[in-house]
Design a protein around this ligand. Structure first.
Ligand SMILES: C[S@@+](CC[C@H](N)C(=O)[O-])C[C@H]1O[C@@H](n2cnc3c(N)ncnc32)[C@H](O)[C@@H]1O
Length: 303
């Protein structure tokens, strides 16, 4: 791996993912979150000349990391359209799907993208900068009630109501534009540890801006449709809202985690779960990459 790619993003749980995918050399695999391409490059190493890898990323910046490899097809789209774009490329079924959710280090560390409270950039937070509303748009346009819901549900911000009301009050004088505009408001209302509070607020906004939970649900449902029997679904999550959806869906085929029975009382299953407990980074990886701290890998086999 070149140092440039390394700077873009260090892949988490790399060997665990590739092992979990149990790659068939002539198989068809999908990396739904290409990013710096760390996982993709490792998958390619296990494929024969006949194998194929289809990689998605909705961020145009990810294209700079594409290796020149005829077995790789890159689709610069949201993975929520997985089935449609696979079909368009002539792949009705695939043998394995990987998702490494969230943002890359490159996105996180690029001030203008607005993902991190460490910099004073524009309040953007869109993974695809060509579509959708920015974080500033949401803060300036949504009602206090909706903002409360966003901060409460997606960030588990304890005083979500107070924060939402303060935002609705402040934006009348000056619309939100930059990260410091938001941090200044947080400063007035926040409770507890400052960094933890900011992290919760930023997580909530990022999830809303990118509609992350709905996109994940779409991806999971379509994965069940496009995987061959015995095909593998491997998903790395970074917070409990995502992890719950993945865990429930793998176990029961729905997001509530309720077992559905057929007319004979048998439980209907889409997958056999391979990881009763999620796989987490070992001590050595944690020492080298603090981003791996909250990573949880869940794996399931299509029935
Ligand atoms: C954590 S990074 C993946 C890093 C990658 N596994 C690697 O080894 O470099 C997540 C990437 O997925 C992309 N992404 C996140 N959600 C997406 C979605 N709904 N559709 C397409 N790409 C998405 C982001 O733009 C980002 O580049």
């Amino acid at each position: 791996m070149s140092s440039e790619q390394n700077n873009y993003h260090v892949p988490v749980l790399l060997h665990e993912c590739v092992e979990a995918l149990n790659i068939l050399p002539d198989g068809v695999y999908v990396d739904t979150t290409f990013g710096g391409g760390g996982h993709s490059r490792e998958i390619l190493k296990h494929l024969s000349a006949k194998g194929k890898l289809i990689a998605f990323d909705q961020d145009a910046d990810a294209k700079q990391n594409l290796p020149s490899d005829e077995r790789l097809v890159f689709i610069p789209q949201n993975f929520r359209h997985l089935q449609r774009f696979l079909r368009a490329e002539g792949f009705a079924k695939v043998d394995g799907i990987l998702a490494d959710l969230g943002v890359s280090s490159f996105q996180f560390d690029t001030a203008e993208r607005g993902f991190s409270y460490r910099f004073d950039g524009a309040l953007d937070m869109r993974m695809n900068v060509n579509s959708g509303r920015t974080a500033a748009d949401i803060l300036n346009q949504e009602s206090a009630a909706t903002l409360q819901q966003i901060f409460g549900e997606y960030g588990e911000v304890r005083n979500a109501k107070t924060l939402a009301e303060k935002i609705a009050e402040v934006r009348f004088q000056k619309p939100f534009k930059t990260i410091s505009d938001l941090l200044n408001v947080c400063e007035v209302v926040m409770k507890g540890d400052k960094h933890r509070y900011w992290a919760q607020v930023f997580q909530a906004l990022r999830i809303e801006v990118n509609d992350e939970l709905s996109a994940l649900k779409d991806l999971l449902e379509q994965s069940a449709k496009v995987l061959n029997p015995n095909g593998i679904l491997a998903v790395i999550t970074f917070h409990s809202l995502e992890d719950r959806l993945v865990k429930n869906f793998m176990k029961t085929g729905n997001f509530e985690g309720e077992h559905i029975k057929d007319d004979f009382g048998n439980i209907e299953r889409l997958f056999n779960v391979k990881t009763k407990k999620p796989i987490e980074a070992n001590a050595q990886e944690l020492k080298q990459n603090s981003r791996a701290r909250s990573a949880k890998l869940r794996v399931a086999i299509k029935r």
